[in-house]
Design a protein around this ligand. Structure first.
Ligand code: AMP
Ligand code: FE
Ligand code: FE
Ligand code: ZN
Length: 283
């Protein structure tokens, strides 16, 4: 039994590799299966799934949706989605529209800060998929306005920074609804970004999300400490939730984080996928 990576981004959102490239890369790295989980879009899935079929490699159709939450951020993963489901496609279309309205505003803010950058340049680096803040960061870096990708976020793009523009988000309840309607298995991504004050606050949130259709928790994640992993596992098991894990690989810097292994020895067994499949056939 091999290893898996159930959280990956492609050029369809803010990753660097195209869906077929990431599928081939995962196979070359010796993984047994991956899930493609682009932000707010399933546009990369047809390509990823057919490349998987072509080369004989298991690809799980997934997504990552940002939901309304404070003080931190809440991301919900969906696995084994029916990518042709009308409600899913309608809701994602709405997110695309909101994003298309936000992006030029970021470009405007940057211009007003005296930065020589056009939205066309950002479109060009986006690789034809959905445009997001990482693409702005790439242009800022390319033009020498910042020395690193991270500096672009810290100085300009992150929440509270001078070129930040918020965009529409669904509530968790709404996102969980359309993930479930589209036969997806909904999983809370990287709980450590929620900004919860202690594990009992997280537990209360989890109870509510389960009521709204949550089926699992992304326990294994490069940014989770050993004790966070242990606590998330306890909470997930307490509520009969599935465990998942992935690297959130965007392909930006292979040296610091790579597919499958994360920042070191991440090893996620194929049984995580088997459990997802068992849950899917039960529902
Ligand atoms: P967007 O969906 O266009 O608002 O961009 C969000 C993406 O930007 C996330 O998926 C991350 O890849 C990246 N991102 C968000 N916040 C930060 C940050 N503080 N530092 C680095 N990358 C970030
Ligand atoms: Fe991202
Ligand atoms: Fe995320
Ligand atoms: Zn992600």
């Amino acid at each position: 039994m091999g290893y898996v990576d159930l959280h990956l981004h492609t050029t369809a959102s803010d990753g660097v590799m195209s869906p077929s490239e990431i599928v081939r890369y995962a196979k070359a790295k010796g993984l047994q299966a991956i899930a493609i989980t682009d932000h707010d879009t399933i546009e990369g899935l047809e390509e990823g799934l057919s490349e998987g079929e072509r080369i004989g490699f298991e690809v799980i159709p997934g997504i990552e949706i940002s939901a309304v939450h404070s003080p931190g951020s809440m991301h919900l993963l969906g696995f084994f989605l029916d990518i042709y489901h009308p409600l899913l496609n309608e809701r994602l279309g709405y997110l695309q529209k909101a994003r298309a309205e936000r992006n030029p505003k970021i470009a405007e803010k940057l211009s007003r800060l005296g930065i020589d950058l056009t939205y066309e340049e950002v479109l060009k680096v986006s690789g034809g998929g959905q445009v997001g803040r990482p693409h702005f960061a790439q242009v800022l870096l390319g033009k020498g306005y910042v020395r690193s990708f991270q500096e672009a976020f810290d100085r300009f793009l992150k929440k509270g920074a001078p070129a930040y523009v918020d965009k529409f988000r669904f509530t968790a309840k709404e996102a969980l609804h359309f993930i479930n309607e589209a036969k997806g298995i909904a999983v809370l991504a990287h709980p450590n970004t929620l900004g919860m004050n202690g594990y009992s606050e997280l537990e209360n949130l989890l109870v509510q999300l389960v009521e709204e259709g949550l089926k699992g928790v992304e326990v294994y994640y490069p940014e989770h400490s050993v004790s966070e992993v242990a606590q998330y596992k306890i909470l997930a098991e307490r509520y009969g939730l599935l465990l998942t894990g992935g690297t959130d690989y965007h392909g930006i810097d292979k040296n610091s984080l790579d597919i499958g292994v994360g920042r070191g020895g991440m090893k996620l067994p194929y049984s995580l996928v088997e459990n997802l499949k068992a849950a899917r056939s039960r529902s």
